[in-house]
Design a protein around this ligand. Structure first.
Ligand code: SF4
Length: 648
């Protein structure tokens, strides 16, 4: 199957306008950009004109796996979809990252990626089975939910086929339309709508190939090391299998472990079955919890509404996390007298109920009445509503319509991470965010907690450049920490390793400090080409710079655009459910509270100065320099930007 270990060797290209099906050699891209986000960004740079609309047939849907896809025990079979994204305001290049098994099947079929371009003149779906690739009629699938389509195609093509589909929201070009794949893996940024704009309902894939490592013995050793590193102690797996471990699961529901293809196994990913046994669906992180508090408040007790709401979003194909921020805005508008139940046709006064969510999701997905306004995305909807509605989102909505979590008022370094990304880069925020959660357990005196301030500082020194990164009371050391996080995370997004597992920042070992070098060892064992930790970060830095260049070419203005919402500078921080006292380690590891903090504007700009300097960019403008881009092997990108006057 491979021309080079770790790769299938070719990327499938399907032009829906002409019906042409061709291949691109993966190695045209993999040498410099590895896989995943790296390859997708380079294809996008080469093929997508900067000024087109996300629904222009010239936009691409670029699906890419990485060199680790298909291997067991690594949590490395995730896949990315990139392109110009309608969820952003303004629209720009963005990405999403999905689990499940679709990506692995694509690789087994002999493809490292799939580029969809053009637009079909009628609804179609794509069927890929090894060398057999066919564009098929989907007129009977159009209008159906993501889950129905998946089931119909499995019935027709066999249960081993993996399917990714858009729902009615995608067909109707809703900004927050998602892609839904097997194991209910979902991808945001509005790519469900890009799929709908191309009249493409689904892509079904089955592969019968295998993946082979260049050095199987070495890979076996690395896997054994990973198992030791990730070991969470006796009884952990049993604990995860119990319904009561998962706060969103209610009595009478059943749960089943549902790991993605190739998972290392240290995750509590589950599928929940409703009490009546008729409905099954994922229960994962934010999407399974986003309605929990409101439903609890409305009904006075926990019931199955939270589960069914999650299912509803998946079936219509809308982003549950964007719905979460939409709900907050609608409630504020109602309290301010700007919107009413009657005027919107949505029972705004019954937030927390099933009726509320059913009306919100269906009206938006079908562009019914006021749903047509919501379909534009929260920022454009707020502009259309007027009457001060826009001010009501200023303090909590990210560029992609999500809530601003892991706030820069708590984490100074996150100001830079937010400022540089088109969407909430949750993988980057998780690096320090999840370490803080471990530290909070220790700070609260939870028995068995080991992540002390001292351990936090050691992790900071190993992963983020210096122990200053663990002192939340100062902006010093944060520019370096941001660059380290970005380089590691862009490499991770190109491999592609799962964010729920990687990097391993802390362990049960004696010093409790994790090991950021494992990722490079995995890659070396699979490809047979030695790459060390620094070498991998160098690839991450290249991919990050490429993405920055794409954004600059699309209108990002460097320093001027590297901003965070104004409210972070002006609205004092409050506690929240996960960290009521907004605790964080301060100088010398002291337990401090960040309540009342705002981001210091002068310090934020100083942090940017330091960051641009570290990146080798122009400090005054925040634009990249020709020297730096060339040093990273991005000569043609430098040349293009120079012709546009966008490089220094
Ligand atoms: S850790 Fe969870 S999300 Fe990641 S690959 Fe495993 S099951 Fe999938």
């Amino acid at each position: 199957m491979t021309e080079r270990y770790g790769y299938a060797g070719k990327i499938l290209r399907v032009d829906l306008s002409s019906g042409n099906i061709t291949h691109i050699p993966t190695m045209d891209y993999a040498d410099g950009f590895l896989g995943g986000r790296g390859i997708a960004a380079k294809i996008y740079w080469d093929e997508v004109p900067p000024d087109i609309n996300a629904f222009d047939p010239e936009n691409r849907m670029i699906f890419v796996t990485g060199p680790l896809a298909g291997f067991s025990g690594l949590s490395g079979s995730r896949w990315t979809v990139c392109g110009k994204a309608p969820a952003m305001t303004p629209q720009e290049f963005s990405y999403c990252n999905l689990g499940g098994r679709w990506g692995g099947q694509l690789k087994f079929a002999g493809y490292d990626g799939l580029v969809i371009q053009g637009k079909s003149d009628r609804p179609v779906y794509l069927f890929i089975q090894d060398d057999f690739v066919e564009i098929r009629d989907a007129s009977t699938l159009w209008g159906k939910s993501t889950v129905e389509v998946r089931e119909i195609l499995k019935e027709e093509l066999g249960s081993t086929v993996a399917v990714v589909a858009c729902g009615p929201a995608g067909e109707n070009l809703i900004s927050y339309a998602i892609l839904l794949a097997d194991n209910d893996a979902s991808g945001s940024s509005g790519f469900g709508a890009v799929m709908g704009s191309k009249n493409l309902k689904a892509v079904a894939v089955r592969g019968r190939g295998k993946v082979t490592a260049a050095n199987p013995e070495k890979l076996k050793e690395v896997k054994e090391y990973i198992r030791q590193l990730m070991w969470k102690g006796p009884g952990w797996a049993e604990l995860m299998a119990k319904p009561e471990t998962h706060i969103e699961v209610v009595a009478g529901q059943r749960v089943k472990k549902d790991l993605c293809l190739g998972c290392a196994g240290f995750d509590g990913r589950i599928i929940v079955e409703s009490r009546d046994g008729k409905t099954r669906g994922k229960s994962l992180c934010g999407s399974s919890l986003f309605y929990l508090d409101r439903a609890l408040k409305y009904y006075g007790e926990q019931n199955e509404v939270t589960f069914y709401v999650n299912r509803l979003c998946d079936e219509y194909g809308v982003d549950a996390l964007a719905i979460e921020s939409m709900m907050k805005w609608l409630s504020r508008c109602r309290h301010a007298g700007i919107l009413t139940d009657e005027g919107t046709g949505i029972p705004l006064s019954k937030v927390g109920s099933w009726e509320y969510m059913e009306a919100l999701v269906t009206k938006m997905s079908l562009r019914d009445g006021f749903g047509d306004v919501l379909a534009q995305g929260i920022e454009r909807a707020a502009d259309m509503v007027g009457q001060g509605a826009k001010e009501l989102i200023a303090d909590y909505v990210s560029k992609a319509g999500h809530l601003l979590t892991y706030c820069p008022r708590t984490f100074p370094v996150h100001g830079l991470l937010y400022a540089m990304e088109p969407r909430q880069a949750i993988n980057q925020l998780h690096e320090m965010g999840l370490v803080l959660f471990g530290w909070l357990n220790w700070a609260s005196g939870l028995e068995g907690s080991y992540l002390s301030s001292d351990v936090f500082r050691k992790i900071a020194a190993r992963f983020w450049g210096s122990d200053l990164a663990a002192d939340f009371s100062t902006y010093d050391g944060k520019a370096l920490a941001a660059a380290k996080i970005q380089d590691r995370e862009y490499a991770k997004e190109s491999l592609i390793l799962c964010d729920f597992t990687w990097p391993v920042t802390h362990t049960l070992s004696e010093d409790h400090v994790g090991d950021p070098s494992v990722e490079s060892k995995i890659l070396s064992a699979i490809t047979g080409e030695e790459v060390d930790e620094e070498g991998l970060y160098r690839i991450g830095e290249r991919v990050f710079n490429l993405q920055r260049a794409i954004h600059v070419r699309e209108g990002h203005k460097g320093r001027e655009s590297d901003q965070i919402p104004e409210a972070f500078f002006t609205t004092p921080l409050k506690g929240h459910a996960m960290n009521p006292n907004a605790q964080a380690p301060g100088k010398d590891g002291e337990i401090t509270s960040r309540i009342g903090m705002v981001v210091d504007r002068v310090e934020f700009e100083r942090m940017k100065d330091e960051y641009y300097q570290l990146r080798g960019w122009d400090v005054a403008t925040g634009l990249q320099t020709r020297t730096k881009l060339e040093e990273l092997g991005l000569q043609e990108i430098a040349q293009d930007l120079e012709q546009r006057g966008l490089v220094r």
